[in-house]
Design a protein around this ligand. Structure first.
Ligand code: HEC
Ligand code: HEC
Ligand code: HEC
Ligand code: HEC
Length: 175
């Protein structure tokens, strides 16, 4: 009897672990999104991002200005290796260290894409969300996302409207 129970428990644990691991979505990097999202018809999201500062935010940490900022803050570590800079300039540096150089990349805002990037899933919002896609469904939610990095400073407050105009990347014809 004990043996049967043990086998049963092992089996249940096994099934449980498999279910868990199949829900572990991983980060694939912006080049995987590019395949579809550079297309004019879909709204060229990749191109818009590539031309924005978000694609260059890691590189910004190599500039002379970055070294000065770090020095002024009394930091010994190089900005490109310093979690205190990376947390905003390359926010996936811990979760996906292989794509650190991509800066503020698609998947930080949209969630890890390993499962939802498949066309049949992407075309179905509900399925995409089940597979890890994060949607920000109001301007309040979008603004909240921005404010995790863009702080109001003493000189000026973060101008959400103007900033969003600079980086937004809608699918044409969709509201
Ligand atoms: C195989 C092609 C393909 C790939 C690869 C792909 N997408 Fe998509 N994506 C689409 C299509 C098609 C849509 C649907 C557009 C529409 O709503 O008409 C879409 C929609 C989306 C949406 C909007 C979802 C909604 O319902 O509002 C987001 C966000 C998105 N994709 C992000 C990404 C990200 C991030 C990646 C890379 C990790 C990616 N996609 C990879 C084809 C793709
Ligand atoms: C709370 C998030 C956050 C942290 C932490 C942070 N930054 Fe930034 N950084 C930003 C944002 C947002 C901007 C863009 C601001 C703007 O242009 O309005 C920026 C801009 C910069 C720029 C100017 C880039 C350019 O294109 O001219 C440099 C350089 C820089 N940061 C270096 C650093 C360094 C070095 C550290 C670590 C000591 C650091 N930052 C930490 C959010 C952050
Ligand atoms: C994970 C952190 C992070 C998030 C979230 C984020 N940004 Fe940024 N953003 C940055 C950093 C870092 C820079 C500076 C990059 C550089 O100058 O190289 C930047 C730069 C910018 C710039 C160019 C600087 C300027 O003022 O012209 C705009 C515009 C911008 N972000 C808009 C937004 C908007 C809108 C949102 C919300 C939808 C957002 N960002 C969310 C980190 C972030
Ligand atoms: C700084 C955060 C941020 C980054 C980086 C970012 N997006 Fe978005 N994206 C948003 C927000 C916010 C929205 C609007 C609300 C939503 O759909 O979540 C959006 C909307 C979209 C949409 C749907 C547009 C619509 O009209 O339904 C697609 C497709 C998309 N993004 C793809 C991408 C791809 C591909 C990349 C990288 C090449 C990317 N995004 C990078 C924040 C971001």
């Amino acid at each position: 009897m004990k043996k049967v129970l043990l086998v049963l428990i092992t089996l249940i644990t096994f099934v449980f672990l498999i279910t868990l691991s199949s829900q572990e979505f991983t980060y694939v990097g912006p080049n995987k999104c590019k395949v579809c999202h550079r297309a004019e018809k879909l709204g060229k999201q990749f191109i818009i991002w590539e031309e924005s500062k978000h694609s260059k935010s890691f590189k910004a940490l190599t500039s002379e200005k970055a070294q000065e900022v770090a020095k002024a803050a009394g930091m010994g570590t190089k900005p490109t290796e310093n979690p205190e800079c990376l947390k905003c300039h390359s926010p996936l540096f811990k979760k996906a260290s292989n794509i650190t150089k991509e800066g503020v990349t698609c998947e930080f805002c949209h969630g890890p894409g390993s499962s939802y990037k498949k066309l049949s899933i992407m075309e179905n919002r509900e399925a995409a969300v089940k597979n890890g896609l994060i949607i920000h469904d109001s301007s309040e939610a979008i603004k909240k996302l921005c404010l995790t990095c863009h702080k109001d400073s003493q000189e000026k407050s973060f101008d959400f409207k103007t900033s969003w105009e600079k980086i937004k990347h809608p699918v044409p014809g969709k509201k």
